[in-house]
Design a protein around this ligand. Structure first.
Ligand code: G3P
Ligand code: CA
Length: 263
């Protein structure tokens, strides 16, 4: 969407359930994704890796240590699906989620209703691109329901080249230089990276020092979508809604939806 039309219409923001409704349910499990749909999220976000035996699984960290409460420290790239599926990734959150398993991408895609969308975040390198294309194309979802997101520029670039039917957004967070106080990357660098990757959008960390009205306006002016994560406070969500972000990613879809849309 071009900047002018977005400003003029004041379109409603898409509310995205971060790792599902991960405040209430164990992140990146089917329980969390189902909870997000129940909380009227417009979309869900999940993190994905390629396993040693070529499956795509939903996990945030580089290992399973935290979400198994220390029971197993498996790295998905060095593990088989069978090894990963053996793990309980629900109990660490609450005993009522005991027995939740690491889902396959296929299973997460199958939760997406006709009217919903999914942000598929890639946490590994370009080796996932071809298997990802196959799973996405077999899913039965419409291309406009799927958005690939990634911090790795090479992954974004290859996804745009090999499966242009899907949007692919580049993600960035920021670091402050202790001596100069400046935040990096700056807007110029962000715009260059968006151009070189041919990303359809930016997914930006919600850092108030960087994400100003000018920042959002300049990204939008370049014809690029602007998405923000992870926003769990109502006041911050309202502020970002006013800046005109295309979506707001949150662990608490119902609460943030209420704060900015009134229900
Ligand atoms: O939506 C993007 C955001 O999820 C990136 O950060 O660490 O939660 O995957 P992380
Ligand atoms: Ca993520």
């Amino acid at each position: 969407a071009c900047w002018a039309s977005v400003v003029a219409t004041g379109e409603a923001q898409m509310i995205v359930g971060h790792r599902g409704a991960s405040f209430d349910a164990p992140e990146n499990t089917l329980a969390a994704f189902q909870e997000a749909w129940k909380q009227k999220a417009d979309a869900i976000e999940g993190d994905f890796y390629l396993t040693k035996d070529g499956h795509i699984v939903c996990l945030h960290d580089k290992t399973t240590e935290r979400t198994t409460a220390g029971v197993a420290k498996l790295n998905p790239a060095e593990s088989t699906l069978e090894q990963l599926r053996d793990l309980d990734v629900g109990s660490w959150k609450h005993e009522k989620y005991a027995g939740e398993r690491i889902p396959l991408l296929e299973e997460v895609l199958a939760t997406v209703p006709q009217t919903g969308k999914i942000l598929v975040e890639i946490k590994c390198g370009p080796e996932i691109v071809e298997p990802l294309r196959i799973v996405l194309e077999k899913s039965g979802l419409r291309p406009e329901q799927i958005v690939i997101i990634c911090f790795n520029e090479e992954v974004v670039k290859q996804c745009r080249e090999k499966m242009p039917q899907y949007k692919a957004n580049w993600l960035t967070s920021y670091k402050q230089n202790k001596l100069t106080g400046k935040w990096a990357p700056d807007l110029g660098t962000v715009l260059k990276k968006l151009e070189s990757t041919k990303a359809t959008g930016l997914g930006t960390q919600g850092r108030d020092e960087v994400v100003t009205a000018e920042f959002v306006r300049d990204i939008r002016k370049a014809g690029i979508e602007c998405h923000v994560w992870t926003v769990n406070e109502a006041d911050q969500a309202k502020r970002y809604a006013e800046l005109g972000f295309d979506s707001i990613t949150t662990d608490k879809p119902a609460e943030i939806r209420k704060a900015i849309l009134g229900g």
